[in-house]
Design a protein around this ligand. Structure first.
Ligand code: PA5
Length: 466
């Protein structure tokens, strides 16, 4: 699988095939999937063509790249901190970008340049500390919500708006921007009412597929990262993922191998395990993408199927000392996708040593990491435990953009192969409705009563307490 010169990325699935591991797919099983893959890809691309599915063409939106760069260039130099208020698809992709391209999160405060903060949850632990440490005069708040009404984000918006208003008075509006639906929703209304800077999440792009829009790219631009490179890498991968030949379509192979391993061999758990700390947050983004898109009660005909592979994040080599025992000897219900990064910006030579550590002398830390990946992958394969490896030349803007698109396209194709709608999330609505009732939202009065009645008659004898 080849891509333009700057982008060197390959998907090696030998260890997911019978030739590479006793737990692999038969070549015939794989080849037989060509027609269903073609139908799945055609169905996805038909939605792209008729405009119902926007994520595929997002990387080619040159106007967006320019608008983002212009806005970022106009942010006053005294803004040192950007507080991104968003959750789920409105936050995880941004965190993955920052983790990959802005350096180790642990060192955020030690680096020069603008800092991007992602409190994410409505647990006040992080946000309260940020509001204590940051200065309103040096901060810009960016509220990100496709719907504009997500409760956790709305709550943070109100808290941060009041904090800015206290510090800046009427000028708070100059330090508050939004990314939301182009036309509707409470955030869009707030932007109109206060003339706030506003960017769109296109109506045909769902939250978990929105990292390559202003959702992920605006914070990246404000941090001075290479947004054009991210888009270039994604666009290049988008081109490759149009191939109707399964064997030359990386997203197709990821989707087909995963779904066949699930359907034919019962491997309903998908572990994503990069051997790179810079891709740690990418695994959390992948978990949301895969889980919310593919975990569905009904198929497209409305039949109950309760389908969905469970995504599990892992990191090499750290998880060799945590989850690997389970992957290696536990139930044979998993397929792993490793990410192997070829070139790194830094390495540390290991000095010569005597005695028990002598074998390490002359190697480097990256040499250790590489040996561990190769050893682990082979040990799994020999025991009939399949894996694939996404090989990327380096973690830079282009390769990150390509990775985002690869997993998005694989998810969309897998949705078609499972015959479910990968772009909705009806399962999260029931809990939200009850929470709205408890919070006293108009129109949800019944829901409040439902929770109170159910809690009042819940059995009390099943409780162990100190
Ligand atoms: O993928 C999705 O649609 C969700 O996970 C959303 O990203 C998440 O619920 C946040 O929604 P919103 O962007 O509307 O605030």
């Amino acid at each position: 699988m080849l891509a333009p010169p700057m982008l060197k990325i390959a998907l090696d699935y030998a260890y997911a095939m019978r030739d590479g591991t006793p737990g692999g797919l038969d070549r015939v099983e794989f080849d037989r999937a060509q027609p269903s893959f073609e139908a799945a890809l055609d169905a996805v691309l038909a939605k792209v063509t008729d405009g119902t599915l926007g994520f595929w063409d997002a990387p080619a939106d040159a106007a967006l790249g320019k608008a983002i760069a212009d806005f970022a260039a106009r942010v006053p130099a005294e803004v040192e901190d950007v507080l991104v208020l968003g959750i789920g698809g409105s936050s995880l992709g941004t965190r993955a970008i920052m983790n990959a391209l802005a350096g180790p999160p642990e060192l955020t405060y030690a680096r020069p340049g603008r800092r991007i903060h992602l409190p994410d949850n409505s647990d006040p632990w992080v946000l309260a500390e940020l509001l204590r440490l940051l200065a309103p005069g040096k901060t810009l708040a960016l509220a990100v919500s496709k719907s504009g009404g997500t409760v956790e984000t709305a709550a943070q918006v109100l808290v941060v708006r009041e904090w800015l208003e206290k510090g800046l008075g009427a000028k708070w509006t100059e330090r508050f921007a939004v990314v939301t639906d182009p036309n509707v929703g409470p955030l869009r209304e707030m932007a109109r009412a206060h003339d706030l800077a506003a960017f769109d999440v296109p109506s045909n792009i769902g939250g978990r597929f929105s990292v390559l829009t202003a959702v992920g790219l605006l914070p990246a631009a404000m941090a001075g990262l290479d947004v054009a490179g991210v888009l270039r890498g994604a666009a290049s991968m988008a081109e490759q993922c149009r191939s109707r030949q399964l064997a030359s379509n990386p997203a197709g192979v990821l989707a087909v191998v995963s779904t066949l391993q699930h359907r034919l061999h019962g491997r309903n758990i998908h572990v994503l395990m990069p051997y790179a700390d810079s891709l740690r947050s990418l695994t959390a983004w992948f978990v949301q993408l895969w889980a919310e898109s593919l975990g569905k009660r009904t198929d497209r005909a409305g039949r109950t199927v309760e389908v969905g592979p469970t995504p599990v994040p892992a990191i090499g080599a750290t998880d060799q000392h945590a989850q690997m025992q389970l992957f290696m000897e536990g139930p044979r219900d998993k397929i792993l996708t490793f990410i192997d990064v070829k070139e790194r910006p830094v390495d540390l030579p290991i000095p010569k040593a005597d005695g028990a550590f002598g074998y390490l002398g002359g190697h480097t830390l990256l040499g250790v990491l590489d040996a561990e990946l190769r050893g682990t992958r082979l040990a799994l394969a020999r025991d009939g435990r399949p894996s694939m490896t996404v090989e990327i030349e380096r973690v830079d803007a282009e390769h990150l953009g390509a990775l985002f698109f690869l997993f998005e396209a694989a998810t969309a194709i897998a949705g078609e192969l499972y015959d479910i709608n990968a772009f909705d999330q009806p399962g999260v609505e029931a809990g939200k409705r009850l929470a709205f009732g408890l919070l006293g939202r108009k129109g949800f009065e019944d829901a409040r009563k439902e929770v109170e009645d159910a809690e009042a008659c819940r059995p009390t004898s099943y409780r162990v307490a100190t």
